[in-house]
Design a protein around this ligand. Sequence first.
Ligand code: SAM
Length: 147
Amino acid sequence: MAEALPEDGKLITLEIDPHHAEVAGRNIDRAGLSSKVEIRVGKAIDWLAQLVDEKAGPFDMIFIDADKPPYAEYFEWALKLSRPGTLIIADNVIRDGKVLNPNHDDPMVKGAQRFNKALAANKKVTATILQTVGVKEYDGMAIAIVN
Ligand SMILES: C[S@@+](CC[C@H](N)C(=O)[O-])C[C@H]1O[C@@H](n2cnc3c(N)ncnc32)[C@H](O)[C@@H]1O
């Protein structure tokens, strides 16, 4: 993502695990992209509110790929950080088709179900879910454009 940015482009990534952040930081550095990428360590839900407070948006693109239970809340924050044309992508929202089972009790599945319903009902975006089949699992990503 950072490689696709223009000279003055900026990417902010939110990561709860300091070790993951440190590994990512080293690789971003090695790729020569540290001037464009800012890693913020902590809970995404806290950082999202902070990003709104500091008027860090609007972002051209927002990629949601952290813990699944609060996906619907991440989506609401993403909208606050958007403008018309912003692309919002959320990964892992099909979960082997388990999202079709309304009685599923896995919190990850329930989080994806809640997100998918919120996405479908939201008039501020035009969205689809692209299903993916790979060696890892059968899954899918939501792709939404802010109207
Ligand atoms: C699937 S990985 C993301 C991979 C990354 N998007 C990529 O393509 O390389 C999910 C990451 O979200 C982080 N994470 C989990 N819960 C989080 C939270 N509440 N806030 C911020 N990051 C979180 C995990 O530590 C993990 O590094």
